[in-house]
Design a protein around this ligand. Structure first.
Ligand SMILES: Nc1ncnc2c1ncn2[C@@H]1O[C@H](COP(=O)(O)OP(=O)(O)O)[C@@H](O)[C@H]1O
Ligand SMILES: [Mg+2]
Length: 706
């Protein structure tokens, strides 16, 4: 039974949700609801008990505009969106809490809320006493670290372009200000200077964000006993290597390439053989090489300045730029195919070949040979085989990606060295800024990894909101009932469990004649029945994953190669013999091992290199595939503390099951499809439960009243 005048939200193709009022009592069995929209038009809303359920209820006006979403009586998608909209449009507030989670709207314009005096205003205050703000969250972390003697982490998540990196930077600025050491070391300035460098080498223009981070980053800021910053350490994850050799329409490669091209006329760079970015294959595939409002030459100066501030020597900086330039030349090599592309060669006259070799200090004849040939090792003998045109191009691209990734790691290591301190660290605050959920016209292995990471983060978010609310209930001794909890474990299982998407991918990489298409077929065979998996009707090569955030169609083409991530040992050996120490160092095995060990103790190496053809791949080899690494890395991330040990996913499932078995299933969340974790509001601000109009049709009697 839904009473006259009850206000509801109905879906709308243009406005997403529209408000309406019920103008005739509704009782069970009625085929429709009689509604009046806000513009007075009448609307009949069909209700059939199988499919179309009753619409979402609107919150009482008095609650709307709350700075904490958990204060709302009804917490579903339209309620959340409406509340955020009212706050943003009517009061220009971009921040709103949802418990201890801060929800931020990207204003896409500079608001006057980040000045130094705002930092001081938030410093030392309680979260509840001030308007929601990223500084309030940072202050809370800082305070709790000091008060409870506990390390803290701030996790920033959201879709690509949502404002994660900007938020992470503001949080770091807050710590640099309130934790300023006042000593000579200037460590805060160095922590902040790491940003322009990481953005130059790890950010790029995508169709969603002109400055999109193409890697994940976790920075730990270390404090001493007096809670002054003494150092920092950064870990990076899953650099999108494919961008080095390929950019989709309207996208760019990493900023550093364009910055260097824009500065190529500087006298110190005349040996690099660079011209403008349009002239290079690796920087021009996306079309326009410039970004509105960005001056690449200007940014280059900032990058250089930051390198200097972080103590990267001039000579090392020069080597970095030589390597960047060499990668561009590698991409412009002309590979000539003969006999239908079965045999190829690169001319010794090719100026890009000679530039590549001289910039990296390697032997040109050797490079020329091994770009087009490979060594095959069988148990009986070793022989040299010509590669086909497509193999040469693939191997060349793999080499470019590998060189870039090694350089990226080298730079991260150096930044860490500059931020390292010998002083004993008392505590730390971590800031995690990963790349956000994304879906493009064409989605490949990279999007798959990114979205998988976000799926894991969302799971964290769910258990966190759930966990804290529950802690609150327990503290207050309030009997409680969980109403609904979107559990994305089934989707995570689809991806990472045994015989899941990644496992089958690893398997297919081991099969001698494995192909992307065969793999896709295995996915169809195995997962057709999964709730989170679909086969597109019109394709035999792509597959769809129903993520928490969206349905994404992935093209299987290229997955195997990207997962194997093969670079040919012969080419690497030439680089190892470079006459430039830094170049040679980049490719030393030990270095890799050390770098990897620094990233995760006891785990296998991060950098993947298999010189052997796939048919010889030993068991050990396949365990190093990219997919396998991702599972490890992401699982490392899932912090398990005491509480989470007690409240397991199984426990949550159990509650869900119990609720489902009830004859009167809870209906506060009317729609299961909208996957916002909904909890019964534990403390609906000043309003008592009795004053909230709860229609009897919702069967909420079983809920414990607060
Ligand atoms: N708080 C903010 N105020 C003003 N502009 C912002 C803010 N957050 C983000 N932006 C704008 O949005 C763009 C994308 O933000 P970014 O943090 O790079 O997104 P993400 O890291 O989530 O992909 C930024 O370059 C900036 O122009
Ligand atoms: Mg970002």
């Amino acid at each position: 039974f839904v009473r006259l005048h009850t206000r509801v939200w109905i879906p709308d193709p243009d406005e997403v949700w529209r408000s309406a009022e019920i103008i005739k009592d509704y009782k069970e069995g009625d085929k429709s609801l009689q509604l009046k929209l806000e513009d007075e038009t009448l609307y009949e809303y069909p209700v059939d008990l199988q499919g179309n359920e009753l619409p979402f209820l609107r919150n009482p006006d008095i609650l709307v505009g709350q700075n904490d979403l958990t204060a709302l009586s009804y917490l579903h998608e339209p309620a959340v969106l409406h509340n955020l909209k009212v706050r943003f449009l009517e009061s220009n507030h971009i921040y709103t809490y949802c418990g201890i989670v801060l929800v931020a709207i990207n204003p896409y314009e500079q608001l006057p809320i980040y000045e130094q005096d705002v930092i001081y205003a938030y410093s030392g205050q309680n979260m509840g006493d001030m308007d929601p703000h990223i500084f309030a969250v940072a202050e809370e972390a800082y305070k709790q670290m000091a008060r409870d003697e506990k390390n803290q982490s701030i996790i920033v998540s959201g879709e690509s372009g949502a404002g994660k990196t900007v938020s992470a930077k503001y949080a770091m600025r807050f710590f640099a200000t309130v934790g300023g050491s006042a000593s000579e070391t200037n460590i805060e300035a160095k922590v902040l200077a790491s940003s322009p460098i990481m953005e130059a080498i790890g950010n790029a223009k995508t169709t969603r964000n002109d400055n999109s981070s193409r890697f994940g980053k976790y920075i730990q800021i270390g404090f001493d006993k007096r809670y002054h910053i003494i150092g920092a350490n950064m870990r990076t994850y899953l650099l999108e290597k494919s961008r080095v050799v390929f950019q989709a329409e309207d996208e760019r490669n990493y900023h550093i390439f364009y910055q260097l091209c824009a500065s190529s006329s500087l006298p110190e760079f005349k040996d690099l053989g660079l011209t403008c970015a349009e002239d290079f294959f690796y920087t021009s595939q996306g079309g326009d090489t410039s970004i509105d409002g960005v001056d690449d030459a200007d940014d280059f100066e900032k990058t250089r300045h930051a390198f200097t501030l972080l103590g990267v020597k001039e000579s090392h900086q020069m080597t970095i730029f030589r390597i960047i330039a060499a990668i561009l030349h590698l991409g412009n090599l002309e590979v000539q195919g003969e006999r239908d592309g079965e045999v190829c060669n690169v001319s010794s006259e090719d100026e890009h070949l000679s530039n590549f070799c001289s910039l990296l200090g390697v032997e040109q004849g050797q490079m020329q040979h091994w770009l087009c040939h490979r060594k095959l090792v069988t148990t009986a003998e070793t022989y040299v085989k010509s590669m086909s045109l497509s193999q040469v191009v693939n191997a060349r691209n793999a080499l470019a990606k590998h060189i870039y990734a090694q350089l990226f790691n080298w730079i991260v290591q150096h930044i860490n060295k500059a931020l390292h301190t010998t002083v004993k660290q008392h505590s730390f605050i971590g800031v995690l800024d990963i790349y956000g959920f994304e879906t493009f016209e064409v989605n490949s292995f990279e999007q798959f990894c990114i979205n998988y990471a976000n799926e894991k983060l969302q799971q964290q978010f769910n258990s966190h909101v759930f966990k804290l609310e529950q802690e609150e209930y327990m503290k207050e001794g309030i009997p409680w009932t969980l109403i609904d909890f979107y559990d994305n474990q089934p989707c995570i299982d689809l991806i990472e469990a045994k015989l899941g998407i990644l496992d089958l991918l690893d398997e297919e990489c081991k099969v001698p004649k494995g192909t992307d298409q065969n793999w896709a077929q295995k996915l169809y065979d195995r997962h057709a029945a999964s709730q989170h998996f679909q086969k597109p009707r019109m394709s035999n090569t792509s597959f769809i994953v129903l993520h928490f955030a969206d349905k994404v169609e992935y093209q299987s083409e290229g997955f195997l190669e990207k997962n194997r991530d093969t670079v040919y040992e012969e080419q690497i050996n030439i680089l190892k013999a470079s006459k430039y120490q830094m170049v040679a160092d980049l490719f030393q095995e030990e270095k890799d091992a050390v770098a990897a060990a620094a990233m995760q103790k006891g785990a296998p190496r991060i950098s993947v290199r298999s010189a052997r053809p796939a048919f010889k791949a030993a068991n050990k080899e396949h365990r190093k595939t990219v997919g396998h690494q991702i599972v490890k890395i992401l699982n490392l991330y899932t912090p398990v503390n005491e509480f989470e040990e007690r409240v397991t996913v199984a426990f949550i499932r159990n509650i869900q099951k119990q609720l489902q078995e009830r004859n009167d299933p809870p209906q506060l969340l009317l729609d299961f499809k909208h996957t916002f974790p909904v909890l019964f509001p534990f403390n609906p601000s000043a309003i008592t439960m009795d004053s909230i109009h709860l229609p009897a049709s919702l069967n909420l009697d079983f809920l414990n009243k607060v």
